[in-house]
Ligand binder design. Sequence first.
Ligand code: 3PG
Length: 395
Amino acid sequence: MFIMMVRTTYHVEAETKPLDVVAKEIAAEQSTGTWTNVPAEREVHEKVGARVVSAENNTVVIDFPEEIFEPTNIPQILSVVAGNLYGLGGLKALRLEDVDFDPLVKYYKGPVFGIKEVRKYLGVYDRPLVGTIIKPKVGLSPKRTAEVAEQAALGGLDLIKDDETLTDQAFCPLEERLTAVMDKLDKVKKVVGKPCLYAVNVTTGADKIVERAERAKELGANMIMVDILTAGFSAIQAINEANIDLPIHVHRTMHGALTRGPFGISMPVISKLTRMVGGTNLHIGTYSGKMEHNVCDIDRSRDILRQPWDNFKPMFPAVSGGIYPQLLKPNLDCYGIDCILQAGGGIHGHPEGTVAGAKAMFQAVEAWKENVPLEQYAKTHHELAVALKKWGPSQ
Ligand code: 3PG
């Protein structure tokens, strides 16, 4: 009988044991084995036992038979490919680098809104999207949040989002904030002639997240946001299955706990799961910005989000974390136009305010498109010139 396999690739560093021995221990622990022989294993190994494919140069490849998985249950899938193994003794490093989910993708519908659908909604086709994060990230009232959003939209931005720690706190209740922001955005749309997306952060516990997303839709939201790692991949899967019919902006807060250390899960694996469960945009890092970054992982994540994969719609990479006009070129050179440039401090921190900050970002995008150095472009673009003065020369 032909058995479909989910292939996993791990970076493994062992303290003393040879790599092939460690690889067998991992395969056993994650499927049918344990630290000693158990007679009944012979009955089940053929069907659901993991097989070591190779173990060399600190890279271990293991195949898991499709039948070991409950195919739509992401917590269970993660328990198999990224579970107990991290706790095994004798390891110095263990990172899940890749998973070939192809045998399972038929169980996932992927994004309902992808790059094409968002571009159509905004009527923007020939440039990267430019967005912002409301700053300060917490503390503003609904009214003040809406005023900042209004300024951002007047600057022509395509997307405004809550920050990852803003949900439904007493100082800024979600329903009041959403209504106030959407009211301002509807008015600004008449002035600037184009809509602006507002990703309201509906992140909460599993028992409430679908209801919160539905309520946001009822109140007129045109996008929602979810912190995928703190809420769990299945939070977005549940929203997607509930047919809420809104694009979903996905923030990766807490990813560093998984992606930075010797033990963890790579951003490309997180990117694959996010596309499977139906995200529209995902933060995958900046080639230049305030956050630590791994160029190879950004390249892979970018391609995972955008390249053809089964019948999943392509997603937007969100380029976020300490960007400002001077940092657009190094990012756009690698991302191209199908990305969202998101600046918080890099827009609201502009000396002449949020509208000017947004304009400076667009001017930097135009300069990049026309292949003109920022300093030269700034000679005829005041907001960009002010940004250059404040934050230094182009990089
Ligand atoms: C994010 O959500 O990526 C950050 O809040 C970015 O904020 P910044 O542009 O001010 O660094």
